[in-house]
Ligand binder design. Structure first.
Ligand code: AMP
Length: 207
């Protein structure tokens, strides 16, 4: 099974992808997290992506598609990929998509959530107003330092949400004719959104 989660920054794609990956035995593939891991190792492609990420811009499709190709498995849940038509077409060459799920959230709530968000550099765990770390500044999962991301500053957040509406939201129309597109209200709390997602996936699959 392959699932794509689409939604603006702050809609909880990372948190829900993580929960769903564990529940359904999928590989959680986040291009944002893969990029930050590669950046920590100072990989050339990641250094190039950083010049776009720091400005809140999308990185070139070629670099992002290569990043995904290096990590894709038989059953995946995609978070933050695809974000452009070129990426969606490239993914179609690699695997069959079973679900495209839109996590819908207003821009105001997206900005509010992101401005509270902290992320672990090491394992990618995400903390926010709803999920505070047990010890301030420290990741509950691996004990590394958690911080606000450079691109989670107000100007970059606004730009990323604009990019989402302009370039990523139209992908819903690309997938719609296949009757695999679903919508979930992401304004609810983490547990309720997860429950809604599980029910939806179980209802529409032969699991
Ligand atoms: P994220 O953590 O998903 O917000 O990703 C951080 C940054 O990495 C983005 O602002 C982009 O610059 C870049 N990036 C991640 N995924 C993609 C993608 N699918 N397409 C283009 N750029 C991406």
């Amino acid at each position: 099974m392959n699932i794509i989660l689409l939604g603006p920054q702050g809609s909880g794609k990372g948190t829900q992808a993580d929960l769903l990956a564990k529940h359904f035995g999928l590989k959680h593939l986040s291009t944002g997290h893969l990029y930050r891991q590669a950046l920590a190792k100072k990989e050339q492609a990641a250094l190039k992506i950083k010049t776009y990420a720091d400005k809140g811009e999308l990185a070139p499709d070629k670099l992002i598609i290569q990043l995904i190709k290096n990590h894709i498995s038989d059953a995946n849940i995609f978070d933050g990929f695809p974000r452009t038509l070129e990426q969606a077409e490239a993914l179609d060459e690699l695997i069959n998509i079973d679900f495209v799920i839109e996590l819908s959230l207003s821009d105001t709530e997206a900005v509010r959530r992101i401005s509270h968000r902290l992320e672990c550099h090491n394992c990618g765990a995400i903390f926010g107003a709803e999920k505070q770390p047990k010890q301030k500044g420290t990741c509950d999962v691996c004990g590394s330092k958690i911080e606000q991301r450079a691109d989670d500053k107000p100007e970059a957040i606004k730009k990323r949400i604009e990019r989402y509406h302009e370039e990523t939201e139209p992908l819903l129309e690309y997938y719609r004719p296949r009757k695999i597109v679903h919508k979930i209200n992401a304004a609810k709390n983490v547990f309720d959104v997860f429950t809604d997602l599980k029910i939806l996936i179980e209802k529409h699959s032969a699991l």
